[in-house]
Write a protein that binds this ligand. Structure first.
Ligand SMILES: [Zn+2]
Length: 150
C-alpha cells in the first residue's frame, strides 16, 4: 500500500497494489495509477466539477501572486481603479496592497472589461496578457460554479 496526494485536491490517498483506476474519496475526480520504472504516480482522467473548481481557484491564486518588476500586477492598476471610481483621489497613492487586492478581486466582469480596454493598444504587454488570463480564469470559475449549482 502506498500513499499519494490526489493531483486535483491534494487529499492523501492510499493506493492498493492491484488497482489502476479509481475515484478520489474527497473530490470524486477520476484518477489513473501509473506504474513504471519503480515509480508510482497518480494522473487525473477527469476532474469532478468540485475538483475542477479547486484547480481553477489555485490557478487564480497563482495569477494573483504574479509580479511585474517588484509588485503584484494588480498593484499597478491604481489609476485604472481610480478611473472606475473604485479609489478616491486621496487614496490613490496610499491604498495598501490588501486594499488593492480586495478591490481587484471584487470587480464585476464589466468593470474588469473596462480595465482590459485600457491596455488593448498594447496587446503584447505583460499587463494585457495577465488581465486576459485573469478574465479567462474568472469566467471558467463562474461556469463551473454554475454547473455545480444546476
Ligand atoms: Zn481529490
Amino acid at each position: 500500500m502506498i500513499t499519494l496526494p490526489c493531483p486535483v485536491c491534494e487529499e492523501r490517498l492510499e493506493i492498493p497494489e492491484e488497482i489502476s483506476r479509481f475515484a478520489c474519496a474527497r473530490c470524486n475526480s477520476e484518477l489513473e495509477v501509473r506504474r513504471g520504472g519503480g515509480i508510482v504516480s497518480l494522473a487525473k482522467i477527469t476532474a469532478s466539477p468540485e475538483g475542477e473548481l479547486a484547480l481553477l481557484e489555485k490557478e487564480l491564486a497563482a495569477l494573483m501572486q504574479q509580479r511585474i518588476v517588484d509588485a503584484p500586477v494588480y498593484m499597478l492598476l491604481r489609476h485604472d481603479l481610480y478611473r472606475l471610481g473604485k479609489l478616491h483621489i486621496w487614496n490613490l497613492t496610499f491604498a495598501s496592497q490588501s486594499d488593492l487586492e480586495f478591490i481587484f478581486v471584487n470587480l464585476k466582469s464589466a468593470e474588469l472589461d473596462k480595465i482590459i480596454a485600457n491596455y488593448q493598444d498594447n496587446p503584447q504587454s505583460q499587463m494585457f496578457q495577465w488581465l486576459l488570463k485573469i478574465r479567462e480564469c474568472r469566467q471558467k470559475i463562474a461556469q463551473v460554479k454554475q454547473s455545480i449549482r444546476s
